[in-house]
Design a protein. Structure first.
Lengths: 544, 544
């Protein structure tokens, strides 16, 4: 090992896609190793629109393994993280960086600690498979850092121990997770079926209904199903094996009708076995929040809309699938079908009047252009889909979908060589955001009476119902960092969020949503309005 | 046969209960004979609260078989009615009424026509098994009229050909429909398990969410399930047979925990196989109407509420089951549990402020008294159920349930010997209401400018979007009889509906709902308000 005296940090940054199962994984035969009771097949989503970025770093100065998820430190004590770390360390090889004068031997890895920073560019744990992309990226980046010689198939068996569906995020295109037979799970791995170019006509539209965390975790949900459903075993042993064979054929042959029929049926069956669980699991809605119930029910409407259109066309144009959360994933047979689908979706689910269309349809916006929609007036002018009979008045559900993401099948994990994309500071090995941001946050508190008041209250008589906490001087409201009044930090943050991210120059609402997911200050919305309305680029675009 | 010259009408009136399956029937092996793919078990509901009353009449003057359902003539041409009529006629015996001088031989029945009038005291086709009570009552009353010598078990095989679940309405208490093996369905009959006194502790509360007709008929729904679900066969062949054995034991032994577990699981599994259908069937909500979606979603909340309470008590207090419609049926282990359940239901689902409690909880009102609830103030004062943790604010969903019916297991079909209860006129054999009412309606049109205008418009240029029609001089709006201004008919109808029916002296809202299901006139609501507010009996009850 390099001498202790010589400080160094070695880092790797990788990006990993998320995936959506078209034949679902639901139920484990081994809870610890995460071995499934049936094979599953997924499509990898283009990481340009949905992905996890992870930077892993090693340094002799690190005292313990640490991880930050979306800027917030989380515990690595859980068995799933420990399993992944242990398995990767066991496969580590010698690493040498002559330029930096670093030399790590195979055995050194057992004693070296790592820092991990991970960022999802989409809502965490809202049924968009963030844990899939997350664990895949953790395992992939650690494997590169530690010079693990195994291929992505072998790595998938490690990622699987973090989150079952993570194994499928180690490849692009269509991927099968083979359940395997071995007790140690060594043959329970992901296998690429076809790459992302094989069926590149497909277009995927995701209707994001809610970014709240889902109520029932997949883990406890599938345990309950396996223990109590009298249908799940039949599904796993009799139904899925036949569907897997048919699905592989459909994918190979670009047979969209079969693909769509299997995808929709399997999504419905997944929710059926959830309902056959005691107590029953309803992922497509939420029993405790009125708003969520309404939102969940939108999805029944989306199913209805797709089924009606497919029937009227005589052959499926779009397949739908719902994971363990209320978001709808729609797979269109080609750009034309995607365009027509998006028109239908925007007709039934127009945005709220204060929402900018630019932040309502994000990702591959060319679909929006193809649909002939440039602004909100075009949405208002959309005619009812022809398959809706005149007798039934066409229903509109304004503002009940958060936003749509247009994407496509995408590639597997990649290394990011541009060091500026790293999430950890190359000198300290600490999250870039965390260190710099902490300083800026502390500076913003200067002379802020509200912050002073909250801090005093907290130290004298902490009341959990206030939802306030303080860590290393940083005040948090509901876990979100409180930004003080002093200086320009508030305005800087609004501007940064507004001009970057998925949408690019998003509207007031989307900017506010993204900002308030991380930060808090009183009257945040007002400031967002001002910044967005005064944005020079937005003004110019509108003028054009 | 009696001489043609001598006019006579021979009538029989019967009352038949409805039933709720606790092990569900879903899927047919023979569509025409209505043979199920699995056994089912139901509990018969007390006909005092939910039943069908049917009068059947025969007369040599009748030119054809005719039927009126809830006052409106319907066609008997359907195969289901024809099957029942044919099978009953084939079993008819000689009938003699010396007093009236009537003599009908076995063979005469083939040439005599019948009139049938039937009335449900609950919403038709809203998932409350109205067709079960209806066909059971048709077959039972026809069998009595035609002096059929077979027992109710044999009759159940005929009622089954009208509507599968109808066979179970020929007995009280708990009833099993044995699917049978014979191709001709002769062994597919209902068998009484225990009578209504065996487990008379049970109390049943029905939350009526909507009285609208359900979207997917059971017939087409179960056909789709049998054709497309890959789980239904496993359910029918492997799961249900075991559940039937356990359920019979649980009923015999008054074993409520097992009863509740099986009832809830089987209801959830029924909805699971519906969801596993292509296209998926969601009975618990409705994809086309915002209000219905909200209402359907209430039921997920009811499930949540019951599951939470049962868990907190350590042993089930209440079982829930949902038929092919969005109404919840809750079976409480005893009066105490029913009382506590009703308190919970009223806490979460209080009535709208303009609703009279007397019309919000109907049927066996003694449960309401036990719950210590006398008026709306007591509902407002209900504390949150103790199993709701303080952290989660208790949710209230005002006005999202139409009403609750408190009932219990009840007896099978009975003959009504009181001739005044007959629905057909003993002289004409025509519906009492129809003949007399038609005359009264026509009289009410005298000088009514609105009626004149509508009638003129209809005869000159019929426009279907106006929803107006005219038959034998009776004007109809959306199929409902238009009541004219002339005379006192409007007020008489309001008074009649207000002072009779399930609730007895119902409030404004319930009276209006019942009235407008059958009649129409402009500003009906205003008149209902006046009559109800001026009702002498209601005033006196309030004063006390």
């Amino acid at each position: 090992m390099a001498e202790q005296s010589k400080k160094w940090v070695l880092m790797v940054t990788a990006q990993t896609p998320t995936n959506i199962a078209v034949i679902k994984y639901w139920g484990k035969r081994d809870e610890n190793l995460i071995l499934a009771i049936n094979d599953s097949i997924s499509v990898t989503l283009d990481p340009a629109h949905l992905c996890t970025t992870t930077t892993v770093a090693v340094s002799p100065d690190f005292d313990e393994d640490r991880m930050w998820l979306n800027g917030k430190e989380i515990s690595l004590a859980g068995g799933r993280y420990q399993n992944c770390l242990r398995e990767i360390r066991a496969r580590a090889s010698d690493v040498e960086d002559e330029k930096k004068g670093i030399k790590i031997t195979k055995n050194d890895w057992q004693n070296l600690h790592v820092h991990v920073a991970s960022y999802n560019n989409f809502p965490t744990a809202a049924g968009l498979a963030s844990s899939a992309a997350g664990f895949a990226c953790l395992v992939f980046s650690l494997a590169k850092l530690m010079n693990v010689q195994e291929d992505n198939g072998r790595l998938s068996a490690i990622a699987r121990q973090g989150s079952g569906s993570a194994c499928r995020s180690l490849f692009g295109g269509f991927v099968k997770w083979v359940m395997g037979k071995e007790e140690d799970g060594s043959d329970s791995i992901a296998v690429p079926l076809v790459d992302e170019k094989h069926w590149d006509e497909l277009v995927i539209i995701i209707a994001v209904v809610s970014s709240r965390q889902k109520e029932t975790s997949s883990t406890s949900g599938m345990r309950d199903t396996v223990e109590t459903s009298s249908l799940i075993e039949h599904r796993a042993k009799e139904v899925v094996p036949k569907r897997i064979i048919k699905m592989e054929e459909a994918i190979q042959n670009h047979d969209f009708p079969t693909f769509a029929q299997l995808t929709c049926s399997d999504s419905n069956q997944f929710h059926a076995v959830c309902m056959d669980t005691t107590p029953p699991i309803f992922y497509m809605n939420d029993t405790s929040h009125r708003q969520k119930v309404l939102m969940g029910c939108q999805l029944f409407r989306i199913i209805g809309c797709v089924e009606k259109w497919n029937r009227s066309e005589g052959t499926p144009q779009v397949a739908y699938t719902f994971d363990a959360g209320p978001n709808a994933v729609l797979i269109a047979r080609n750009r034309k079908a995607a365009t027509l689908m998006l028109q239908r979706l925007l007709f039934h689910f127009p945005p709220n009047s204060d929402t900018d269309l630019n932040s309502y349809v994000i990702g591959d916006k060319s679909i929006l252009k193809d649909a002939g929609i440039q602004d909100i007036k075009d949405v208002d002018a959309l005619p009812p889909p022809p398959e809706i009979k005149d007798k039934i008045p066409a229903q509109k559900y304004k503002g009940e979908i958060s936003y749509f993401i247009c994407t496509r099948p995408g590639r597997g994990p990649v290394l990011l060589t541009d060091e500026s994309q790293a999430l950890l500071n190359p000198e300290t090995g600490l999250p870039k955001a965390a260190t710099q941001m902490d300083e800026e946050l502390l500076a913003s508190y200067e002379g802020d009476q509200e912050v002073l008041q909250a801090t005093t209250m907290l130290s004298s008589n902490p009341d959990p119902t206030l939802n306030l906490s303080i860590q290393q001087g940083i005040l948090r409201y509901k876990g979100k960092a409180w930004v003080g009044k002093h200086g320009m930090l508030r305005q800087q943050l609004v501007t940064t969020i507004h001009t970057s991210g998925l949408g690019g120059h998003s509207g007031v609402w989307a900017t506010y949503q993204r900002l308030k997911a991380i930060f808090y200050w009183p009257d945040m919305m007002e400031q967002v309005k001002v910044v967005v309305q005064e944005c020079d680029i937005c003004q110019r675009c509108k003028d054009e």
